[in-house]
Design a protein around this ligand. Structure first.
Ligand SMILES: NC(=O)c1ccc[n+]([C@@H]2O[C@H](COP(=O)([O-])OP(=O)(O)OC[C@H]3O[C@@H](n4cnc5c(N)ncnc54)[C@H](OP(=O)(O)O)[C@@H]3O)[C@@H](O)[C@H]2O)c1
Length: 329
C-alpha cells in the first residue's frame, strides 16, 4: 500500500466502472485506483488520461504481475468472473467482483475454497449489504419483529436500451435471471440461513437469453421467494418481506437513496423510514473493504455460505426455466 492507501486495479472499462466504482472510490477514504486494464490498450490509455489513473494496461494479465496492486475490481461480463477471480486470488490480490460472482454454485464453492486456502478475501459487489437500510432490515428480521419469514416478494425490472448490451449475449452470461434475479435471490439468502431446495420458473426467451423470468424458490423452513425480473419493463425493485407477525416493504432494496422509503409493518403499527444520509451503498462497501484491508475491521460479507446458497438458488431456477422451455407447449 502506498501512502497508506489500498492500490486498486480495474479490469474492464464499461458502464459500472464509470458510473459506480470510480465515483464511489473518489468518496471512500482509504484507497485509490493505480491501474486500469482493458482488452484494448488505446481504451485503457484514454480512460487513464480521463480519470487521472497512473498506469494503463492493454492486457488484464499485466495486473497479476504488478506487485504494487493490493486489490482488483473485476467489472467484466458475468462469464469471465470465475477465471479472473481465481487468477487474482492466486496472485495474492484481494478481489471485489461484480455480481453475480459465478454462473454455477460449484464455481462459487471453488472460489470460496481458493480464497480460504490463499487467505485472500473475495467480495461480490452486492453493495446493498453495506447500507444502513439492509443492516436495519436484517436486524428486524433476525430479531423476530415480523415473526417467522413466510414469503419474500421480489421484483426487479428495468428497460435495457442498447441492443449490443452484454446482457443480451448468452455466451457472456447474459439474461435477466443472472443480471437482476441474483439480487432477490441474494436478499433471500441474507435473511434465510438455509439453502433453497426447489424451484418452479418460467422465462420469456430472446434467443439464448431470458428477457424476463418469473420464479418461486422454496426453502426447507417452508419460506418461499416469489420473484419477477425483466429487461423490458420500467424500473421497479419493490420488495416485500412477509412474516407471520408483520412485514417489511422496501421501495429500493438494492440501491437505496435518501428518497426511498422502507416500511416496518408490525402489530404496533406502520413505521415509515427514509435514510437521512444519502451515501451510496457503493461508497459504504469500498470504505469497509479499505478498513478490512488495513486491518481496522474484520472482513464482512466475503464469499460465504450465503453466497453459495444464492448460487444454488440460481442453479435451481435456471434448471426449472430451461426445463420449461424444452417441454411441449
Ligand atoms: N453492482 C452493480 O450495481 C452493477 C451495475 C451494473 C453492472 N454490474 C455488473 O458489472 C459487470 C459489467 O457490467 P457493465 O454494465 O459495466 O458492462 P459493460 O458496460 O458492457 O462493460 C463490460 C466491460 O467488460 C470488458 N469486456 C471483456 N470482455 C468482453 C466481451 N467479450 N464483451 C464485452 N465486454 C467485454 C469491456 O472492457 P474492455 O474491452 O475495455 O476490457 C467492457 O467495458 C457485470 O457483471 C454486471 O452484472 C453491476
Amino acid at each position: 500500500m502506498r501512502d497508506g492507501l489500498v492500490e486498486w486495479a480495474i479490469l474492464g472499462t464499461g458502464g459500472i466502472v464509470r458510473s459506480g466504482f470510480l465515483p464511489a472510490l473518489a468518496q471512500a477514504a482509504g484507497g485509490h485506483v493505480a491501474v486500469i486494464a482493458s482488452r484494448d490498450a488505446a481504451r485503457a490509455a484514454e480512460m487513464a488520461r480521463h480519470y487521472g489513473i497512473a498506469r494503463a494496461y492493454g492486457d488484464y494479465r499485466a495486473v497479476l504481475a504488478d506487485d504494487r496492486i493490493d486489490a482488483v475490481y473485476i467489472a467484466l461480463p458475468n462469464a469471465l468472473h470465475l477465471p479472473w477471480v481465481l487468477a487474482c486470488v492466486a496472485a495474492g490480490k484481494a478481489v471485489l467482483c461484480e455480481k453475480p460472482l459465478t454462473l454455477q454454485a460449484v464455481e462459487t464453492e471453488q472460489i470460496g475454497e481458493s480464497s480460504r486456502a490463499q487467505r485472500v478475501p473475495v467480495w461480490t459487489a452486492y453493495a446493498f449489504r453495506f447500507h444502513l437500510q439492509w443492516r436495519r432490515v436484517r436486524e428486524a428480521v433476525q430479531g423476530g419483529q415480523i415473526g417467522r419469514v413466510q414469503t419474500i416478494y421480489g421484483t426487479f425490472t428495468t428497460r435495457l436500451q442498447r441492443q449490443d448490451d452484454i446482457r443480451w449475449q448468452g455466451v457472456l452470461g447474459g439474461g435477466a435471471l443472472w443480471d437482476l434475479g441474483c439480487y432477490p435471490v441474494h436478499l433471500a439468502s441474507g435473511l434465510l440461513a438455509e439453502a433453497p431446495v426447489q424451484a418452479v420458473a418460467q422465462a420469456r426467451w430472446r434467443g439464448d437469453v431470458d428477457q424476463a423470468t418469473s420464479a418461486i424458490l422454496r426453502y426447507p423452513s417452508g419460506a418461499e421467494l416469489i420473484m419477477h425480473v425483466a429487461f423490458d419493463r420500467s424500473f421497479d425493485a419493490f420488495t416485500r418481506i412477509v412474516g407471520d407477525a408483520g412485514e417489511i416493504r422496501l421501495q429500493n432494496p438494492y440501491h437505496p437513496r435518501g428518497v426511498d422509503e422502507v416500511q416496518f409493518r408490525t402489530g404496533s403499527g406502520v413505521n415509515r423510514h427514509r435514510w437521512a444520509h444519502d451515501t451510496p451503498s457503493f461508497v459504504e462497501m469500498l470504505t469497509h473493504i479499505h478498513r478490512a484491508l488495513h486491518g481496522q475491521d474484520s472482513p464482512r460479507e466475503t464469499v460465504s455460505e450465503s453466497e453459495v446458497n444464492t448460487a444454488r438458488g440460481l442453479d435451481l431456477i435456471r434448471a426449472a426455466m430451461t426445463r420449461g422451455r424444452s417441454s411441449p407447449a
